[in-house]
Design a protein around this ligand. Structure first.
Ligand SMILES: NC(=O)C1=CN([C@@H]2O[C@H](COP(=O)(O)OP(=O)(O)OC[C@H]3O[C@@H](n4cnc5c(N)ncnc54)[C@H](OP(=O)(O)O)[C@@H]3O)[C@@H](O)[C@H]2O)C=CC1
Ligand SMILES: O=C(CO)COP(=O)(O)O
Length: 331
């Protein structure tokens, strides 16, 4: 049995809570960003805004009080959008106990600092164990108990085994890894490539183009992850190729959806407005990924073109022409 607090009641935090509740021995708390949302979750027993159609078990303690949510928790699972993690951990940090395990399930890179989420957590809680969760996992399918495999990464074997055991269930198989930067960057950077895969689909460029994009996408993700201390083999695992393929091809992906609409010629602002508060992490992680790439001297042509499209510096058609006319090179 573990006392687990999930911080963030978007689709992912809610799905993970529903999944964890299948292990009836856990004591679970779900923190929602606003009091209104916490009340709505409590009264209806369902997350109508972000994950409709699934029952949030009555045994889950729902709150909008951050201090109360983390008090006594053995594992604090962060499922807020990446750009919101800093104010949240900043608020929690003074009351943290050193033994509390911090587990980040967010997939993004912080704007301006170019930090990974585990690095943001470490800035405020340097003495706490910090783990990350990755792998191909649409919230709706996890909530529906459809078979899913995830990767938990932490450089501490006993804790890694504990997290593997605590998170797993009959429908959720959890693998262990000690490559924190690799797992994190796989999750964050695939969102950028998923935007680009959406653009290819929106432009109706065909299956060859999509396959080329995914393959060259993993090549550039791997270059940056390795430069940042990640391992090449992690990038061929669940949190690398696995999540990339899911997000570049799956209709449930918000990032891919945004890309499709950009490819069809819609403006970013209008597309984001129609997401109704749902996050497409790639939109804000693309520039950060490029900043990180510049810091390490890594070439990321797809990310570069995606950034130019997002900033409206180029059209989707022109970006594809740029990628196709790059100087010849070996694979
Ligand atoms: N959805 C998925 O399938 C998966 C998502 N992830 C990752 O999980 C993270 C969360 O995404 P997801 O659950 O999908 O989010 P959603 O798009 O479902 O919802 C966004 C959430 O962010 C909250 N929010 C908005 N502003 C703030 C803020 N300033 N502080 C704290 N919370 C805020 C919203 O709360 P409110 O409306 O009350 O303001 C809402 O709960 C992302 O990094 C995503 O990449 C990872 C794997 C799968
Ligand atoms: O990370 C995800 C699946 O693993 C969810 O992807 P989107 O954020 O693009 O919906």
């Amino acid at each position: 049995m573990s006392r687990i607090s999930v911080i963030g009641a978007g689709a992912w935090g809610t799905a993970l809570t529903v999944s964890l509740a299948r292990r009836t021995e856990h004591q679970l708390t779900l923190w929602a960003h606003t009091a209104d949302h916490a009340k709505e979750l409590f009264v209806s027993g369902e997350n109508k805004r972000y994950l409709p159609g699934f029952v949030l078990p009555a045994t889950v303690n729902v709150t909008a009080d951050l201090a109360a949510a983390v008090e006594g928790a053995e594992i604090i699972l962060f499922a807020t959008p990446s750009q919101s993690l800093r104010p949240v951990i900043q608020q929690i940090a003074p009351s943290l106990k050193k033994a509390q395990v911090l587990l980040s399930a967010a997939k993004g890179i912080e704007e301006k600092t170019f930090l990974r989420m585990s690095q943001v957590l470490c800035e405020f809680a340097p003495e706490n164990p910090i783990a990350v969760l990755g792998g191909p996992s649409f919230a709706q399918e996890v909530a529906a108990a459809m078979p899913t495999a995830l990767t938990v990464a932490i450089d501490n074997e006993p804790l890694s085994k504990r997290l593997q055991d605590d998170l797993g269930s009959a429908s959720l198989r959890v693998y262990r890894n000690d490559d924190v930067p690799g797992v994190e960057l796989g999750g964050a950077l695939k969102n950028v490539i998923a935007l680009a895969a959406g653009v290819v689909t929106g432009l109706e460029l065909g299956h060859n183009a999509a396959a080329a994009l995914i393959t060259r996408g993993i090549a550039e993700i791997t270059r940056l992850a390795v430069a940042c201390g990640g391992r090449r083999d992690t990038m061929s695992g669940l949190s690398g190729v696995g999540d990339l393929v899911l997000t570049c091809t799956g209709n449930l992906s918000r990032n891919r959806t945004v890309g499709i609409e950009l490819g069809r010629g819609r403006k970013l602002e209008a597309i984001l407005a129609s997401l109704n508060g749902k996050v497409a992490e790639g939109v804000r992680s693309t520039t950060a990924a490029l900043g990180l790439a510049a810091r390490y001297g890594v070439e990321m042509p797809i990310t570069e073109q995606m950034n130019a499209i997002l900033l409206d510096h180029t059209s989707p058609q022109e970006a594809i022409r740029e990628l196709m006319s790059r100087p010849g090179r070996t694979e």
